[in-house]
Design a protein around this ligand. Sequence first.
Ligand code: AMP
Length: 354
Amino acid sequence: MIHRREIHHILEGYARERITIATIGSHTALQILKGARDEGLKNMVICKRGTEEVYRQFGLADELITVENFKQVLEKEFQEGLIERNVILIPHGSFVEYLSPSSIEDELMVPMFGNRMVLDWESNREKEREWMELADLKLPKEFKHPEDIDRLVMVKFPGAKGGKDYFLAWSPDEFERKIEKLKLRDRGEFTIQEYVIGTRFYPHYFYSPLKQRVELLSMDIRYESNIDGISRLSYILQERHPEPSFVVTGNLPVVVRESLLPQVMEMGRSIVNASQELFSPGLIGPFCIETICTEDMEFITFEISARIVAGTNLYINGSPYSQLLYQEPMSTGRRIAREIKNALDENSLDSVLY
Ligand code: AMP
């Protein structure tokens, strides 16, 4: 793990008036670029060959660099080029997936927005659960052994992209039958989690260490295939429906009943407080918790994403919540740039980068 001090040492060599916000061209890059531009900061996008047109088309980037493969970003010379350009990298979902959490921790010398210690806590299911438990969030019941299954459960495999290869089972027998039929026996460790029935909410928060406050910026529901298709035909399909899968194909906007907002805010604050205990200085910047609200108005949390999430793309022009906080269109991408700008003004960039 590259030490915080080493990154901050590199940061000391940066020309403050020429800071460049950069990210890789995928996921939420467009709003990150636009956010930097709206805040008057220089920006840059690193594109995989063949995808440049998307980023050129919108004309949002001051500079566009093409790579054959995103792993190239980790090469020594490439990193030196970024450091010479005073680059601050903004991590997003694809950024973490393509570069891998361990390479980011051990090889990436370029200052990154946020606290890279969080990567370990969000990518390791046991640590993530420890974090959520310390935050006192309500979690779905987990079963250590398949023989204990006594209700509908979801079986999750590590690294299963967007929930592909997850399956549902009502009983130990069904678990055995499906793990065999779906050829998942050799897939490695799995988690057996109670399937919570309710409505999904994925609130997007931002923790500002400068203001020491948690902001609720927006909220979405993930649109998932094939489960969201099956539910339209549930009556017709009945017993003949295919095994549900949960592959994210899009995002839908949502607001929560106003009387539930105190709970939503409290969950965000608890996650931040727990992170400060577990890995000081804790979470910095955007994060999202994946929840299901039951008919008893209880939020059950099953996952944390400790970075900007794709659902924020719905709100490049602001959301019903960000409009209450800011008198201007404030996306999560722009909020990141605003925090960097404020940190520059206060001479405290090192409090928001690692
Ligand atoms: P995940 O990979 O944990 O983000 O899960 C993918 C999708 O599966 C979620 O977006 C939900 O639709 C669904 N899901 C995950 N865990 C649960 C759960 N415990 N109960 C009900 N649905 C879940």
